[in-house]
Design a binder for this molecule. Structure first.
Ligand code: 8HG
Length: 302
């Protein structure tokens, strides 16, 4: 990758497998918004960044950053150290994955922050992506630090100590409904040291899942999302309704229990299950796969 410094940013060339739209709209993150010019602006690690990309030319422009932050934050955040070409090649041996990858070839799994993802995915339970984004945004506006960029105000995701100030009633203003009491409890568990997210990150997937599930509002699916998107547990295969549908529809041909889907993914995709999951999740939502309607299989092979 070639890096050139710009006025208030960086130009990256010879970048492979990077499409800002795929990355920010595949469903893994909640704090990035598309601008009128097609670029995306978001906030992570307390910093606002604007990203535009050209997949075919292999160019990525990062605005509002510098070389130091790129090396310390964004290189890892965008998982630039990983060869997604090799992952796609391996997964595309399966015709269903081949098709899903064609639609989301520029997806990369972001390395997000465990604390932010714990709360975001507690909010995600039985919720839709626009509603999750709204609640995470409101929580940040109420308790997070203000950051300015191009005359607009953005809000960092609040730290555990910033959220400690929030009572149950105030928390309900983030409109996360019944999940607010879980946020309240999770904040306290982390601040009391009952839950240590860095320690959990270094555990194997089974132990990490078990520990995360001690937190109210965290079931196996929420735990798998947190592990995949912030703890580098790439063998996790979070089974939400979309992944359930797409796995049943294309691979299993019948309704099965969650556990059976997880076992199937572990057997079929192994260490790459998490990546396979994200290509499939994005594809299923794009195609609105619904097994209740009699859609012809071939119709979807496009
Ligand atoms: O990237 C995601 N993968 C999976 N499997 N589930 C996700 C992702 N992102 C996301 O928000 N979810 C969950 O799917 C949260 C919510 O339960 C539902 C929204 O469609």
């Amino acid at each position: 990758m070639k890096i050139t410094e710009l006025e208030n940013g960086l130009k990256l060339e010879d970048v492979k497998d990077f499409d800002a739209g795929h990355i920010f709209e595949c469903g893994q993150c909640f704090r990035w918004a598309k601008e009128e010019d097609g670029s995306y602006t978001g906030i992570a690690f307390g910093k606002v960044l604007n990203v535009r990309s050209d997949y075919e030319k292999g160019i990525v422009i990062l605005d509002n950053t510098n070389l130091k932050d790129f090396q310390e934050i964004w290189f890892d955040y965008f998982d630039f150290g990983r060869d997604y070409g090799a992952i796609k090649k391996e997964l595309a041996k399966d015709p269903v994955l081949d098709m899903a990858i064609k639609h989301g070839k520029g997806i990369r799994i972001l390395k997000q922050e465990p604390w932010e993802l714990l709360i975001s995915y507690i909010i995600s339970a039985n919720n839709s992506i626009p509603m999750i984004s709204r609640s995470v945004g409101l929580l940040s506006e109420m308790y997070g630090r203000k950051v300015q960029y191009k005359g607009r105000v953005y809000y960092a995701f609040p730290t555990p100590s910033e959220l400690q100030e929030a009572g149950m009633e105030e928390l309900s203003l983030c409109r996360a409904g019944f999940r607010c009491k879980y946020i309240y409890q999770a904040v306290r568990m982390v601040n009391m040291g009952d839950i240590r997210l860095e320690e959990i990150s270094s555990m194997d997937i089974h132990k990490a899942r078990e520990e995360l599930m001690k937190i109210p509002g965290v079931g196996p699916k929420v735990a798998d999302c947190i592990m995949l998107f912030s703890m580098q547990k790439y063998e996790a295969y979070p089974v939400d309704v979309w992944v359930k549908r797409v796995t049943e529809y294309f691979f299993l041909g019948r309704d099965v229990k969650m556990k059976e889907i997880r076992d199937f993914a572990a057997e079929k995709f192994g260490d790459l299950a998490g990546f396979a999951q994200e290509y499939l999740f994005y594809y299923a939502r794009l195609q609105k796969i619904n097994p209740d309607k009699s859609i012809q299989h071939n119709f979807l092979l496009i």
